[in-house]
Design a binder for this molecule. Structure first.
Ligand code: ADP
Length: 392
C-alpha cells in the first residue's frame, strides 16, 4: 500500500512541480514578453519623443528670429541657430546666464523686469560695434499650470538692415535738400542784387546773369541725375541690349566730347582694339562713358591725357578702362567714390557743376548689365576707372 501511495505522492509532487515549473516558466516567459513589449513601447515612445523633439529643434532652428529659453534661475536652457548667428556665438551657452552669454545690460535688465511685470515686454536694443546692430527684443515669462513663473522666453528680431535703409534715406533727403538749396540761394542772391540796381550796369549785370545761368544748369543736371538714379533703382529703365563695336562707339563719343576736352586742353585717346565687341544698351553705355570721360577731363590735370583702353578677358567678359594722368584719388576716398553724393574733391566738383551722382549712375548701369566697376589710383599718378560688360 505504502509504496503505491509513495509512488502516487511522488507522481503528484512531480506533476505539481512540473505544473508549477511549467507555470512559473510560462510566467517568466510571459513576464519577459510583457517586458519586451513594454520596452518596445518605451522605445517607440522615446523614438516618438526624440522625433518630436528633433522636429521641435528643426522648427526652432529654422526660425529667422533668434530665440532663447531661460530657466527660473535666468540660465540658458535653449538657444536656436539664428540667435547664435545674430550674436556670433560659437560655443554652447546652455547653463550660462544672460550676462555670461550675450553681455548686454539692457537685455538683462529687461528680463529682470519680467519678475515684477508679468506681461510680455519689448525694447529696441543696440549692439555696439564697427557696424552697430539693432534688435527688437520681446521677452515673456513662461508660466506653469498654476501660473507660477518657470523661466522666460526671449525673441530677437534683427532690425539692422531696416535701420540702415532708414539712415540712407534720411541722408539722401538731407543731401538732396542741401544740393538743391545751394544753387537756389545763389540764384536768389543774384536776382536780388540785380533788382537792387545791378541790372543798370551792363558789365555787372552780365556777371550775375552768367552765375544764374551756371547754377540753373547745375540744378537741371542734378534733377536729371536724380531722375536717372530713381529710374535705375526702381527698375524703370529696361535695357535694349545690342551688339556694339566698342572701338567705333568710343571713337564717335570722343569726337563729340572734343569741345568739352578743349576747354581744359585735354587730349582724348581711343586705344580700344579693333574688333572688341560687347552686348550692351547703347544709350546707357554712352552715359557711362560720358560720366567717366567728363570726370577725367574735370579732375585730370589741365593739358593732360585721357585714354580709353579695352580687352577681352579670359573669363569671357569685356573689360574697359578710362584713365587719366591727373592727381588721382586719395586712398581713403576710393571705397566711397561710388556712393551717392560722395566727393573726394568737393571744391572742384562744385566749381565744375558736379552733382556727386555721376559715379553712382555708372555703377548702377554697369551692374544692371551684370558687370562690375572699380577704380585703381596711386595719388599723383592719375586714376583708372575699370568696368566689365558681357561680350558681344
Ligand atoms: P561729381 O559730380 O562730383 O563729379 P562723381 O560721382 O562723378 O560726382 O564723382 C565723385 C567724386 O569722385 C568727384 O567729386 C571727384 O572728387 C572724384 N573723381 C571722379 N573721377 C575722378 C578722377 N578721374 N580723378 C580724380 N578724382 C575723381
Amino acid at each position: 500500500m505504502w509504496p503505491t501511495l509513495t509512488i502516487l505522492l511522488a507522481a503528484a509532487l512531480a506533476a505539481l512541480s512540473f505544473t508549477s515549473w511549467w507555470r512559473s516558466s510560462r510566467a517568466r516567459r510571459e513576464t519577459a514578453r510583457l517586458l519586451r513589449e513594454l520596452a518596445a513601447t518605451e522605445q517607440l515612445r522615446r523614438e516618438a519623443d526624440d522625433q518630436a523633439s528633433a522636429e521641435r529643434q528643426t522648427l526652432f532652428n529654422s526660425m529667422v528670429e533668434g530665440v532663447m529659453l531661460l530657466d527660473s534661475q535666468g540660465r540658458v536652457l535653449l538657444a536656436n541657430q539664428s540667435l547664435e548667428q545674430l550674436f556670433g556665438i560659437h560655443t554652447d551657452i546652455r547653463g550660462q546666464t544672460l550676462m555670461e552669454s550675450i553681455r548686454l545690460h539692457e537685455l538683462a535688465a529687461l528680463v529682470e523686469r519680467l519678475k515684477t511685470e508679468q506681461q510680455g515686454l519689448s525694447a529696441e536694443i543696440e549692439l555696439p560695434g564697427a557696424v552697430p546692430r539693432h534688435f527688437e527684443v520681446n521677452a515673456a515669462s513662461v508660466l506653469d499650470r498654476e501660473g507660477r513663473p518657470q523661466g522666460a522666453i526671449v525673441v530677437f528680431h534683427d532690425l539692422t538692415r531696416i535701420r540702415q535703409l532708414e539712415n540712407t534715406r534720411r541722408e539722401f533727403v538731407a543731401n538732396v535738400s542741401h544740393e538743391l538749396r545751394t544753387p537756389l540761394s545763389l540764384i536768389t542772391g543774384c536776382v536780388e542784387t540785380l533788382l537792387d540796381g545791378a541790372k543798370d550796369n551792363p558789365a555787372v549785370a552780365e556777371k550775375f546773369l552768367r552765375t544764374i545761368e551756371r547754377h540753373s544748369h547745375r540744378l537741371s543736371n542734378l534733377i536729371e541725375d536724380l531722375l536717372t538714379i530713381s529710374r535705375l533703382e526702381s527698375g524703370g529703365i529696361k535695357l535694349q541690349l545690342e551688339d556694339i563695336d566698342l572701338r567705333e562707339f568710343t571713337g564717335k563719343l570722343l569726337e563729340e566730347m572734343q569741345v568739352r576736352a578743349a576747354e581744359r586742353n585735354t587730349t582724348l585717346l581711343n586705344e580700344v582694339p579693333a574688333g572688341l565687341r560687347a552686348r550692351a544698351d547703347l544709350d546707357r553705355l554712352q552715359q557711362v562713358f560720358v560720366n567717366l570721360v567728363e570726370n577725367a577731363i574735370k579732375y585730370g590735370r589741365a593739358a593732360g591725357r585721357m585714354t580709353v583702353t579695352g580687352r577681352a578677358r579670359l573669363d569671357g567678359q569685356v573689360e574697359l578702362c578710362v584713365s587719366d594722368d591727373g592727381p588721382g584719388i586719395p586712398e581713403e576716398a576710393k571705397e566711397r567714390l561710388f556712393e551717392r553724393f560722395y566727393r573726394a574733391d568737393r571744391a572742384r566738383s562744385r566749381e565744375t557743376g558736379g552733382t556727386g551722382l555721376g559715379l553712382s549712375i555708372v555703377k548702377h548701369i554697369v551692374q544692371s548689365h551684370g558687370g562690375e566697376v572699380w577704380v585703381e589710383s596711386e595719388p599723383g599718378h592719375g586714376a583708372k576707372f575699370f568696368f566689365t560688360l558681357p561680350p558681344g
